[in-house]
Design a protein around this ligand. Sequence first.
Ligand SMILES: [Fe+2]
Length: 252
Amino acid sequence: MLVHLSDLHFGAEKQECLLAIKQFCEKHPVEIIAVSGDLTQRARRNQFLNCKTFLDGLNIPYLVVPGNHDIPLYHIWNRIFKPFSGYCSFFGKTENILETANFYLIGVNSIRPRYHTKGFISLAQLNDVSEKLKYAPENKLKLIVVHQPFYVVHKGHGYKDCPQYAQTALEQWCKYDLFGLLHGHLHLTGIYDLTKIYRLDACSIFDIHSGTSTSWRLRQQEPNGFNVIFKNGCIEHYVFDEENSEFILRKT
Ligand SMILES: [Fe+2]
């Protein structure tokens, strides 16, 4: 199984959620972890360090991408000229591939200082992802990890935050048996079929949103949570039970 965490926001993290994720990962056969951005609250070195220490401590292969909170907000020089220096010091490149027995993940960096919350995916990135999908192993579930969602239904915070070229990107990517995209940003949970929304010529491509897995920054009464995706494409949501300090399956 794949665990999809998001918006960890180290610096505003809840220790009880971190502990509960660790316990979940010890109890279940987690093969791979995806983290769809906002690893930190303010892109500070100690926040990146604490995040990396936590993820390394799970002893499970993981792929991360930056979120808009992972570039400096107040240090204007760094924000413009080296926005990812803190992130890269701890996590290396901003875009990676991670492959396990059943999953193939492609990380896409949608964060630009100029498009701070909305996100941006260039045509070069779009083509690069297409090439990766084209040569990806056929027998694995293919997922793209990118911070901003490609579809937002809720009016409110971030409802206009979909990267430009989403339509063009999906028209290309849908040719290559893409299962879905993993996002955070909104701190809300959801699954949407992009083939209907964007009128794509494909069976289905799912836009899979995770709430904030570990931070205090809850929105619209959505509890802390994460998603679990199985190799057969089944998707489950887990939410944090404050009373028992554990993540439990959300009944739909
Ligand atoms: Fe966030």
